[in-house]
Design a protein around this ligand. Structure first.
Ligand code: ZN
Length: 443
């Protein structure tokens, strides 16, 4: 993952104005003034600690102290009309006692337009016509986490004469307003008020209050005060077929399950019941749980995921259909999840690929590497070699025209393997390992 955008532009013009670095330098709209911040305390975190805001004529002269404490984020000082709108007062806790001021040359005296000190106001954005400010409002609260408070978006008249709520979602936070260039809409982020909640983008029509969305979804969690740290979703645009081996009701329907189907040039049973641990935890239940976890992870990373079954109460599908599901989806990769019923002394995992299909082998190598690293499960000591095996007798692999592997993640008949895979925390690790392998292959 790589950062896609630098949120804070820091310009140092120390050479022009002496030794103190000048941060976040902006020209006034008329070009005659510079607005900048300094960091007298030398805080290492200029995004979280308030810093003074200064104005100074480009032609020279003494600097004017405009505000004592403004956070260093770009949207805490924004152009507005012939001046700026400033989210001021926040010192470490933007959610406590922050207010919105309009400042203008030549005096730069702050005019408070948020008025209501019972709330904290920030992320103030000025409409293109310079008449309205959209700002985030939150209760005065020194919150432990940055993304946990109930927030709403308000419109404040720049001349201080009016104020109205623009967006509020009960039980969620609406924040970080931005205007469309025609001044008609304000886009904003909405997320549930818990850490790492998924973030959605909405917009609201400023004139009639109509809301639209979600227009987009961002990665999980919001950083400082609505400041998203963007990253590329590594699996965006990729389709992955996930096949949880067997099915929960296969054992009760032997006729259907034993029915021969095409397995790639020969016929083989539609499916089998799968194995189980000695205390009765079934392979079908296990593979379905891992597949569900895997799908969640892959979708979070931007992938489209197709599952060969979406419950553990059914029968099948047959192996030919499991392959067909991945083929029809034009999957970029497919994985079939199993656990073996091997000899009790046997243990470890094994990744099975199609011989003479380089992409299948490359996927197998990526999955093997990630699986060993993330789960610490050793290579199988009774299947394949070094955790790998090429097989031609598996219909689900033979019939696949997309890169596919089958993994025997453990031996359910081995006491140590069984104990691990009966733990939900371990199954999550298995899912993470498979996701990591797929991601490596698809990168
Ligand atoms: Zn199996």
């Amino acid at each position: 993952m790589k950062p896609m955008r630098t949120l804070l532009v820091t310009v140092t013009v120390a050479s022009l104005f002496g030794s103190a670095p000048h941060l976040n330098v902006r020209h006034s709209p008329d070009g005659r003034w510079l607005l900048y911040q300094t960091n007298p305390g030398g805080a290492g975190s200029i995004g979280a600690d308030g810093m003074p805001l200064w104005a100074r004529r480009v032609s020279g002269g003494r600097p004017i102290l405009v505000e004592r404490s403004v956070l260093g984020w770009p949207d805490f000082v924004q152009r507005c009309g012939n001046g700026f709108v400033v989210s001021a007062g926040g010192d470490r806790y933007v959610s406590a006692r922050n207010h919105v001021d309009v400042v203008r040359p030549p005096t730069w005296s702050p005019v408070n337009v948020s008025h209501d000190a019972r709330y904290s106001w920030f992320s103030a954005a000025c409409s293109p016509d310079g008449k309205w400010i959209a700002a985030t409002r939150t209760v005065n609260l020194e919150e432990g986490r940055f993304d946990s408070a109930d927030r709403s978006i308000w419109l404040l008249a720049v001349n201080g004469s009016a104020r109205r709520q623009l967006a509020r979602t009960p039980g969620a936070s609406d924040e970080a307003p931005h205007w469309s260039s025609d001044g008609r809409y304000v886009t904003y982020y909405r997320h549930a008020t818990h850490v790492n909640a998924r973030v959605f983008v909405y917009k609201v029509d400023v004139h009639n209050g109509r809301r639209f969305g979600p227009l987009a979804t961002l990665q999980d969690g919001l950083g400082y005060y609505g400041h998203q740290t963007f990253r590329e979703l590594p699996l965006l645009g990729k389709t992955i077929a996930v096949d949880p081996g067997h099915n929960g009701a296969n054992w009760a329907h032997p006729a259907q399950i034993n029915r021969p189907v095409d397995a790639g040039g020969f016929r083989k049973a539609c499916d089998t019941t799968g194995t189980s641990t000695n205390d009765g935890y079934s392979e079908a239940t296990y593979t379905f749980d891992v597949a569900t976890r895997l799908a969640r992870i892959l979708r979070r990373e931007g992938a489209r995921v197709v599952l060969t079954r979406t419950s553990n109460e059914g029968i099948g599908p047959c192996i030919d259909e499991r392959a067909a599901i991945g083929n029809r989806a034009h999957a970029d990769a497919a994985i079939s999840i199993h656990a073996d019923g091997g000899p009790p002394q046997g243990g470890g995992f094994d990744v099975i690929y199609k011989p003479n299909v380089p992409e299948s082998r490359r996927l197998a190598l990526a999955v093997r590497e990630a699986f060993a690293t993330v789960t610490d499960e050793p290579y199988s000591n009774y299947l394949g070699r070094d955790g790998l095996q090429a097989r031609t007798d598996l219909g689900g692999l033979n019939l696949s025209v997309v890169p596919k592997v089958l993994i025997e993640t453990a031996n359910m008949r081995n006491a140590g393997d069984a104990r691990r895979l009966e733990s939900a925390a371990y199954r999550e690790r298995v899912a993470l390992a498979l996701a990591r392998g797929l991601e490596t292959f698809l990168r």
